[in-house]
Write a protein that binds this ligand. Structure first.
Ligand code: SAM
Length: 294
């Protein structure tokens, strides 16, 4: 497959620019502070045949701040298969196309998945110009574990669906990263406190912008904090992993004794195994001992 040649690893600002290979350039743009456009992205956006933008007016502002005048067309979540195919045909005839979204990294809760998938399937060159993303910016300043994290995107807007969504995430041993809107923030934090339990968390608002605010604390405190009650602006919530709790032998005996009052040893062992994450056979043996001792 042809590889890209936008400013090679060892090039310096004084070297002539390498020719730009045909292909799709997935290009990150600032999440607020215009100074966060990378040098490579600035260079690329001035040289491509076409920039595909989620919203052409938003991208026009960025391009004009840098004095760039590439051709810009819309490509968003409403772009259908025919539009995707049209872009693919242009790539196949040798076009150099940049894909950008309104802010941050395309495809991260933003349009572009279908286009990148189609380009990969057709064997076209696809490369990333990495840069800002609100999820990673918030995670990097969270002070929460970063060795394992799960980006969960926007929680569902209605509480019942949101709680189901959070229940699916509750057993995952990883830091969780969510996007959220100001009007839904307090309700979302309350549901997180109820379903995920008392975990450390941060609310990061307007990152890289004038009114950047970070509020840290256990989920229930964040849910009650006035700064988390319908704030304006863009928000990321980062929630630390739950504590891995290993049930003790005393915990198991207590649960088995209680279950044996209602059911036989096999059913009691199965119930407690599920609840405490312990071995069912060991619990069955212990249930027989406890029954014998009763
Ligand atoms: N593609 C983008 C990225 O890489 O971060 C995300 C696009 S998504 C449609 C927009 C959401 O990202 C916002 O609603 C907010 O949750 C989060 N976000 C974007 N910019 C932000 C910022 N400056 N501070 C905090 N959150 C931000």
């Amino acid at each position: 497959m042809r590889r890209p040649a936008v400013t090679s690893d060892d090039s310096t600002a004084s070297e002539p620019l390498a020719p730009l290979a045909p292909g799709l350039y997935v290009t990150a743009t600032p999440i607020g502070n215009l100074g966060d456009l990378t040098l490579r992205a600035r260079d690329l956006l001035g040289r491509v045949d076409l920039v595909l933008a989620e919203d052409t007016r938003v991208t026009a502002k960025l391009l004009s701040a840098y004095g760039l005048k590439p051709r810009v067309e819309r490509y968003d979540d409403h772009s259908d298969d025919a539009r995707t195919e049209q872009v693919i045909e242009r790539l196949e005839t040798g076009a150099r196309i940049a894909l950008v979204s309104d802010a941050g990294t395309p495809l991260v809760s933003d349009p572009g998945y279908r286009l990148v998938k189609a380009a990969v399937e057709r064997g076209l060159m696809v490369t990333a110009l990495p840069g800002p993303s609100a999820a990673l910016a918030a995670l990097s300043i969270s002070g929460l574990p970063t060795d394992r994290f799960l980006f969960a995107g926007f929680p569902p807007p209605k509480s019942a669906a949101r709680r189901t969504f959070l229940e699916e995430l509750a057993t995952i041993r990883a830091t969780l990263v969510f996007y959220e809107t100001g009007p839904r923030l307090a309700d979302s934090l309350a549901d997180m406190a109820a379903v995920l339990g008392e975990r450390p968390a941060i609310m990061a608002r307007e990152l890289t912008k004038l009114y950047e605010t970070v509020v840290r604390g256990p989920l229930s405190e964040l849910a009650a904090d006035p700064r988390c009650d319908g704030p304006k602006g863009e928000i990321v919530i980062v929630v630390g992993p739950g504590e891995a709790r290993v049930a003790s032998a005393a915990d198991a005996d207590r649960a088995l004794t209680e279950a044996l009052e209602r059911e036989g040893p096999a059913a009691a062992a199965a119930e407690v195994a599920k609840a405490l994450g312990l071995n069912r056979r060991d619990l069955y043996r212990r249930a027989l001992e406890l029954k014998g001792a009763a």
